[in-house]
Design a protein around this ligand. Sequence first.
Ligand SMILES: Cc1ncc(COP(=O)(O)O)c(C=O)c1O
Length: 396
Amino acid sequence: MSISNISWEAQLDLNIINSSVQEALKTKKLFRYQFKDSSSFVNTLEKAICEYVGSEFALGVSSATNAIFLALKALGVNSSSKVLIPAFTFTAVPSSVIQCGAEPILVDITESYVIDLDDLRQKILSSKARFLLLSHMRGHLCDMDEVVKICKEHSIVLIEDAAHALGVTWNGKQAGTFGVAGVYSLQSYKIINAGEGGLLVTNDPNVFWKSVFMSGSYENNYKLHSSKSIEIAHQYKNLLPVFNVRMNNITAALAIPQIKNIELTIARINKTYNQLKQLLSKRKEIQFPEESLSIRPVRDSAQMRIKLEEIDREVLKSKLNDSNIPISYFGGQNNTNARLYQNWAFLKKTNHILPNTKANLSEVFDLRLPSHFQIRDINLIGKSFLQIFDEIAKGV
Ligand SMILES: Cc1ncc(COP(=O)(O)O)c(C=O)c1O
């Protein structure tokens, strides 16, 4: 086994998903509403996620981006709204705000890649926004007690983009359950790999039922979701636009066994992350973020700050890529990375006041750690990484 044999693509564990998918296929019913008694695979997945994160309601949809869009719409975000978001997130997040006709207000991030709460306080006052779409980028959580307190103090509606933070907890509470709605992604590079897919969770029956209708539950199909607070649902019948962003039963059949297995997966990937961190931290120039004791992380990717000259970081990135280590870099010139706000040219406003975001990302590398990795893979990666790093650091 050598570094060139390592496969970095997300893989499906067929042993885990096979019987669930076969069972779904045998029913010959791909569309969730072909089951007339709330027993569809999508319903089962929704129940499983409610149990796992401790939420009252869940809705399966076609992507996390669409789940965010529905949550924002259900909460009344429209063309006169401003929505605060951290300036470091995936491009689809500001896009979902734009899709509602609203204006995203970008908030600075800290050295730990999370929203800067001082800048949040300032921007709440200066923008008069009423919504915070808190994106837990790469699964990093800010001080959740503090952010909830700020939102309460200023009557800000909190929506969590936990697309990449399923299973991450703050003092034992699941990311995605602190605000009025939370969202998870089932896209292949996330902890649950169903190819594509999203889940919206909430304890608010109005948000849930409005989202159900808007997701594409036409006529009486809403009755197949749940009987909880159904009297609220009746009121919304035919009142809301229908965007058809439903989840199908095969997606759910792929995700159900993975949710059941998620704690084992988390334990395994956290072990591989810790091994990589231990190996690379042997060089003082390679710095991993400090871990808060309040957080139980899910590290299916590694972010590291590398203290080299900028030109050397560019060389490091390309040499690592040439050696089958597909690492990304958030700094440098003409960087087209979709997670950098400078590249969100679709935003009307360009003069964002963000004194720290660019600088805080300028030395940072980003490496995906697929869940099939074993310690021996990490050892090979660590060895090659350090060899290449040492050559560059020593100017060889
Ligand atoms: C932080 C974050 N939010 C939202 C998304 C969008 O998720 P989806 O692809 O399911 O729409 C992603 C996807 O990478 C993400 O990383």
